[in-house]
Design a protein around this ligand. Structure first.
Ligand SMILES: Nc1ncnc2c1ncn2[C@@H]1O[C@H](COP(=O)(O)OP(=O)(O)O)[C@@H](O)[C@H]1O
Ligand SMILES: [Mg+2]
Length: 335
C-alpha cells in the first residue's frame, strides 16, 4: 500500500499536479498516524507545510548481489522476471483460491499496518494441484499486482550431481533472496515425486527437501515465498506446518471450463453457432492450460483455412486432436 502511495506521489509530481500531490501526501500522513507513528507523522506535516528541511539521514542500500550460479556448471540458479500486465481476473480459479490470493496480496500491501499490531503478512505459501491449473501463473499475477519482480527458481536446476553442491546452491539462492523485496517462486518443488525412479537416491532427495524447508524456516527476508508442487500427496504432512497458507488448485468443473474457453476466445471473431457449453462437456478432466492449448490450435486452424471467424468445426477438431494426443500419452505411460 505504501509503495503504491509513493508511486502516486511521484506521478503527481511528474505531472505537476499539486492538488493531487497534497492529497496523497496527506493520505500518507494519515496512514502513519493510524500506525501510531505520531512523531513521524508530525515531522511529515511540518516538512509539507512549514518549509522546514526534514531530518534526513542518508540511508545506504546494499549493492545488488550478482545472480548466484552453480559453481560446477556455471548456469544461473534463478531468473528474474518483471510482469505488469496480469490481473486476478485473468486467472480462472474457484472462489476459495481467489480469496486466498486476494488475502495474500492485501496483507502484503497493508503489512505496515499489520506490523503495528505485531502481526505478520503471509510470507510462505504452498501452491499445489495438478499441472496446468495456474500455480506458476498465480505467481506471475501476484508479481504483476504487487509490482515486484518475480524471482523464479526451478527446483531441479539447483539439484547438482556433485555431492554437497546442492546444499551450496540452495544456500546461495537463500542468501540472494534474503536481500531485497520480491515475489519468489520455487517451482516444481515436487522433486520428491518426480525423481523417485531416477538415479538420485530417495534419501538424498529427501535430504535436499528437508534442507530447503530448514532454510525456509530460517528465512528472515521480506519477500513472499511461493513453493509450487504437482505432487502434494507425496509431501510429508509435517511440511504443511511450515507454510502460512496452502492453496489447492482444482481441475476446473463444467462451468469453469466454459468460462476459460470464453476468456481465451474473447478477442476472437467467432461464428454465431459456437457452442462453448458443448466444448466444455467434451473437455472433462482437462486443465486450464490444456484448454488454452486447444483454443490456440483452433484459432490457428481457422487462420490457416482463411476463415473470417472461428467455427465450431475448428474447435471440435482442436479438441479431438488434443484428446487423441492425451490417449497416446496415457497408453505410453502404461507400457
Ligand atoms: N486457472 C487458470 N486460468 C486461466 N489460465 C490458466 C489457468 N491455469 C493455467 N492457465 C494457463 O496455462 C498456462 C500454464 O499454466 P501454469 O500456471 O504454468 O500451470 P501450473 O504451474 O499449475 O502447472 C498459464 O500460463 C496460463 O496461460
Ligand atoms: Mg508450474
Amino acid at each position: 500500500m505504501t509503495s503504491e502511495l509513493i508511486k502516486q506521489l511521484f506521478l503527481s509530481f511528474n505531472n505537476k499536479d499539486e492538488d493531487l500531490f497534497l492529497q496523497i501526501a496527506k493520505e500518507y500522513i494519515e496512514k502513519e498516524k493510524r500506525k501510531k507513528n505520531s512523531v513521524f507523522a508530525k515531522e511529515l506535516e511540518e516538512s509539507l507545510f512549514n518549509k522546514r528541511q526534514p531530518n534526513t539521514k542518508e540511508r545506504r542500500f546494499k549493492n545488488e548481489l550478482p545472480i548466484p550460479r552453480d559453481s560446477e556448471k556455471g548456469f544461473p540458479l534463478l531468473e528474474i522476471h518483471n510482469f505488469d500486465s496480469y490481473s486476478l481476473d485473468d486467472l480462472v480459479v474457484n472462489e476459495e483460491v481467489k480469496s486466498q490470493l486476494e488475502q495474500i496480496i492485501t496483507e502484503f500491501k497493508d503489512s505496515d499496518i499489520l506490523a503495528t499490531y505485531n502481526l505478520k503478512y503471509k510470507k510462505k505459501i504452498l501452491l499445489c494441484g495438478r499441472p496446468g491449473t495456474g500455480k506458476t501463473y498465480s505467481a506471475q499475477v501476484i508479481s504483476s499486482i504487487i509490482h515486484l519482480p518475480l524471482i523464479y527458481i526451478r527446483f531441479d536446476s539447483i539439484i547438482s550431481s556433485y555431492l554437497g553442491e546442492t546444499a551450496t546452491n540452495l544456500r546461495k539462492v537463500f542468501d540472494y533472496i534474503e536481500q531485497g523485496m520480491s515475489i519468489i517462486l520455487f517451482d516444481e518443488f515436487d522433486i520428491i515425486g518426480k525423481n523417485r525412479d531416477d538415479n538420485h537416491e530417495h534419501g538424498e532427495i529427501k535430504r535436499v527437501v528437508n534442507n530447503f524447508l530448514q532454510m525456509l524456516d530460517n528465512y528472515k527476508g521480506n519477500s513472499i515465498i511461493l513453493a509450487a508442487t504437482n505432487h502434494q500427496y507425496m509431501l510429508d504432512p509435517a511440511i504443511w506446518r511450515r507454510f502460512d497458507d496452502v492453496i489447492y488448485y482444482d481441475l476446473p468443473n463444467l462451468k469453469t471450463r466454459e468460462l476459460i474457453f470464453f476468456n481465451y476466445l474473447r478477442s476472437i471473431k467467432k461464428d454465431d453457432n459456437l457452442d462453448l457449453k458443448l466444448a466444455s462437456k467434451q473437455t472433462d478432466g482437462l486443465s486450464p492450460s490444456d484448454i488454452k492449448m486447444i483454443v490456440e490450435e483452433a484459432i490457428k486452424l481457422s487462420i490457416i483455412n482463411s476463415q473470417n471467424s472461428l467455427s465450431m468445426n475448428n474447435l471440435d477438431e482442436a479438441i479431438n486432436k488434443f484428446l487423441r494426443r492425451e490417449k497416446v500419452k496415457n497408453n505410453q505411460m502404461k507400457r
